[in-house]
Design a protein around this ligand. Structure first.
Ligand SMILES: Nc1nc2c(c(=O)[nH]1)N[C@H]1C(S)=C(S)[C@@H](COP(=O)(O)OP(=O)(O)OC[C@H]3O[C@@H](n4cnc5c(=O)[nH]c(N)nc54)[C@H](O)[C@@H]3O)O[C@H]1N2
Ligand SMILES: Nc1nc2c(c(=O)[nH]1)N[C@H]1C(S)=C(S)[C@@H](COP(=O)(O)OP(=O)(O)OC[C@H]3O[C@@H](n4cnc5c(=O)[nH]c(N)nc54)[C@H](O)[C@@H]3O)O[C@H]1N2
Ligand code: SF4
Ligand SMILES: [Mo]
Length: 726
């Protein structure tokens, strides 16, 4: 027997921990964390241990291309060859391009990073379309955009463990980021002070010295009030602020609208607590800020985040040891494709992106993400306004992850051509004209910058793809070649011949060899602190901008402000606030719902509810309940989990649920996926167009057991799916 341990990187979620793949002969026997990895330092989770194996061997996996033969969603398919798939899709795209123009073709991916997403973006651009949809408007979008505007978002990364005070806002790292959680616990053990802003008593809140149970969506008032305390008590890092920040006087004036007494009313946090925690964060050094998804994806997301970034800069916790760092660059690394002129299409095309008019700093040529306003694309599909969108190339599971599920389904059904890349039949893939089989993690090779390292991380291809599966990049390359033969490629912005060719391009000028990455799984990036002393910050003034000149330029409020959250418009009937998106350790968004190890951890979509609220509503543990939001979209069926982590007026759930074992086309998603109830419509963040997908007014009603039995009749917990890995 030949036994090997191969260093790689887990990509089952965005944390991207260093991994060790234990191989005996040609079989992967187990996967563990890699202590030598400079980013994750050995941290590893249940998904990383199980998902790469069960994903590869899952009995529901589909490993050949298919063409739809019945009606959309009827579930009748014909197996075809890759040649047939590429030819037929290229013909379809050609027809649509000739009839409606290149803009009528759009692509979707989970984010803008990694080869999976880059392939979609560059395939669209080579066809002449700027229309690329990411889920970042529901995710990190407000943080990216605020960072572009202020010039400093700051990643705490591994500095966290050296911090002496940590402010965590709207993030639950024990569930969503085990590396951050490890560092926070280490800092706390060394005596650091922990302040957590979260309406929910998360595990971080339990560990905190100060838990501020802020009203959902009211964080901007809290941040501005803390800023007011810091500035009026002269607690800011005066030298840093004078030299490196712009707009302090304007910010002071804005923050003065929120003295602690006023903020206390808006946020539910006592004035003394606001004063005490502001003093603590400003005077104990060094300090780190962790800004999570809880304050992103909101109708006041960008403003809220700018307020916290300003607080961080005022305290001088900027790119010093134990504070938030500027992103560290790998010399020579070519992994940026949004802005690099070699990979862009002419400005007059970029300007036509759907969303560019309303959200120039999110979608337009001068934005950093250059991504569509997703609800506007769905509308364009349905109505042809501002122009028709007739084809979609989809690399994720948008039916289960975009708010207003029924609307997404209706839009997908109206398309002339829907191509979906997946490893299994998902509610999105069910509506496709072509299903293209994708590889799973152990079959893929990728290189990327680690989120907390900083280092370059490498994912190794350990096993040959099952069946005919191809990686996202290989699929895009195959399709591009067929499009090129038909004269349909307008721009040469997707030049690589293979995955290896793409990786070689990214690494070429770094001086790092693939051999080294293969042997170690990573390459550290040497870095120092106070990088801003060389070139300043990436803003027009080269300073951190509290008063954003770019917002002023487009006629938006250049300063952060509080805005009343959407649920404040709720009625007596919709008297609870619903938080969505609470992560579960066993799931990654909509993935793993038919993996036995994950279903053993959590077997149903949950509604977390305070026991007193449950009693009032006649709900007991494990009852199924109907949840409806005040926008009165469809109601959703969730299973009650009684917990005192929530106050009586707030309930919380996760996201992405479906039951793969239920029959199609939606596999139970239209019954129990939270996005059937959550609106994707306005109010939208004025800068990113993000919808208020997280905090909505709702009502909860106990469901009749007979009704539940009938609806969920087909639900069966999956048996172990691992057969062989060779
Ligand atoms: N296991 C697992 N890990 C994941 C993922 C996964 O699917 N599974 N997904 C990854 C991705 S893409 C993302 S975006 C992250 C998300 O992970 P996080 O950034 O941790 O975000 P959430 O879990 O959505 O919410 C974090 C906290 O915000 C709180 N919150 C809700 N509303 C508010 C508010 O208005 N104000 C404040 N201050 N807090 C609020 C919630 O109570 C919750 O405790 O997780 C990543 N990691
Ligand atoms: N109401 C509400 N909606 C939300 C959220 C919320 O908090 N509330 N959260 C939002 C957030 S933060 C995000 S990031 C989005 C996520 O939304 P999506 O990106 O749509 O979520 P995924 O389920 O991760 O979809 C990825 C798909 O990629 C495919 N895939 C195949 N192999 C692999 C693999 O090896 N790795 C990975 N990663 N994918 C593979 C699978 O088909 C999978 O379905 O959802 C958003 N939706
Ligand atoms: S947290 Fe888990 S799933 Fe995410 S990268 Fe690390 S081991 Fe993989
Ligand atoms: Mo996300």
């Amino acid at each position: 027997m030949v036994a090997k341990v191969i260093p790689s990187t887990c990509s089952e979620c965005s944390v991207r921990c260093g991994s060790l793949i234990h191989v005996e002969d040609d079989r992967v026997v187990k996967i563990t964390g890699n202590r030598a990895h400079p980013g994750s330092e050995g941290a590893f989770c249940i998904k990383g241990v199980n998902a790469p194996l069960s994903d590869r061997d899952h009995p529901a996996r589909i490993t050949y291309p298919m063409r739809r033969v019945g009606e959309r969603g009827e579930g009748r398919w014909k197996r075809i060859s890759w040649e047939e798939a590429f030819d037929e899709i290229a013909d379809g795209l050609g027809e649509i391009k000739r009839a409606y123009g290149a803009l009528s073709i759009a692509g979707t991916a989970p984010n803008h990073l990694g080869s999976r997403a880059i392939a979609v973006r560059l395939l669209m651009r080579s066809l002449g379309s700027p229309n690329f949809l990411i889920n970042q408007d529901l995710c990190h979008g407000c943080r990216y955009t605020a960072t572009m505007l202020t010039g400093f978002g700051g990643q705490a990364g591994s500095e966290l463990k050296k911090a002496r005070v940590i402010l965590v806002v709207g993030e639950s790292p024990s569930e969503s980021d085990i590396v951050k959680w490890m560092h926070i616990k280490a800092a706390k053990a060394r005596g650091a002070k922990l302040i957590v802003l979260d309406p929910r008593r998360s595990q971080s809140a339990r560990l905190a010295d100060h838990w501020l149970a802020v009203k959902p969506g009211a964080d901007a008032a809290l941040a501005l009030s803390m800023i007011h305390v810091v500035l009026s008590e002269g607690l800011c890092d005066r030298e840093f602020v004078e030299q490196w920040c712009a707009g302090t006087d304007e910010l002071r004036e804005r923050a003065a609208k929120y003295p602690p007494d006023t903020a206390a009313q808006l946020t539910g946090i006592p004035a003394e607590t606001i004063i005490e925690t502001a003093r603590l964060f400003a005077t104990v050094k060094p300090g780190c800020l962790v800004l999570g998804h809880g304050v992103d994806a909101q109708a006041n997301g960008v403003g809220t985040i700018i307020a916290f970034q300003s607080l961080l800069a005022l305290t001088g916790n900027v790119d010093r040891e134990g504070t938030n760092r500027l992103p560290k660059k790998m010399p020579g690394w070519r992994g940026e494709f949004n802005d690099d002129p070699r990979f862009r299409v002419p400005r007059e095309i970029e300007e036509k992106i759907i969303g560019g008019g309303m959200y120039p700093l999110w979608s337009g040529p001068d934005s950093s993400l250059k991504s569509c306003h997703n609800p506007a694309v769905l509308r364009a599909i349905r109505t042809g306004d501002p122009y028709p969108v007739r084809a979609l190339y989809v690399a994720n599971n948008i039916v289960c992850t975009y708010p207003d599920l029924q609307d997404t389904v209706a839009a997908l059904k109206k398309l002339d051509l829907l191509v979906v890349l997946s490893d299994q039949m998902t509610p999105t893939a069910e509506l496709a004209d072509f299903f293209l089989p994708r590889t799973t993690l152990l079959e893929e090779e990728d290189v990327f910058i680690d989120p907390s390292g900083p280092c370059l991380s490498y994912t190794q291809r350990i096993l040959a793809p099952r069946g005919e599966a191809k990686t996202g990049l290989e699929i895009a390359i195959g399709l591009r070649d067929c499009l090129r033969k038909r004269g349909l490629i307008d721009f040469d912005v997707f030049p690589w011949a293979s995955e290896r060719d793409f990786i070689a391009y990214q690494l070429k000028e770094t001086g790092i060899s693939l051999e080294e990455l293969r042997a170690r799984g990573f390459h550290e990036i040497p870095f120092g602190y106070e990088d801003y002393r060389k070139n300043g910050f990436k803003t027009p003034s080269r300073k951190i901008e509290f008063f954003s000149s770019r917002l002023a330029e487009i006629g938006q409020d250049p300063l952060p402000d509080y805005k009343a959250p959407l649920y404040a418009q709720g009625t007596d009937e919709f008297d609870l606030i619903l938080l969505t998106g609470i992560r579960s350790m066993a799931y990654h968004h909509s993935r793993f719902r038919n993996h036995s190890w994950a279903r053993r951890v959590q077997d149903a979509p949950e509604l977390r509810i305070n026991p007193k609220t449950a009693l009032r509503l006649n709900i007991v543990k494990h009852d199924w309940v109907w949840v409806q939001t005040h926008k009165q979209l469809q109601r959703v069926l969730l299973k009650a989990r009684l917990t005192d982590e929530l106050p009586e007026n707030i309930v919380a759930t996760g996201m992405g649920w479906w039951y793969p074992e239920m029959s199609g086309p939606d596999h139970g998603a239209s019954i129990c996926n939270i996005d059937v109830a959550v609106p994707y419509g306005p109010p939208w963040d004025p800068i990113t167009g993000s919808a208020e997908a997280r905090n909505t007014a709702c009502k909860v009603v106990r469901a009749e057991p007979s009704e539940v039995d009938e609806l969920l009749m087909q639900v069966r917990r999956p048996k172990s799916e691992i057969s062989a890995t060779a």
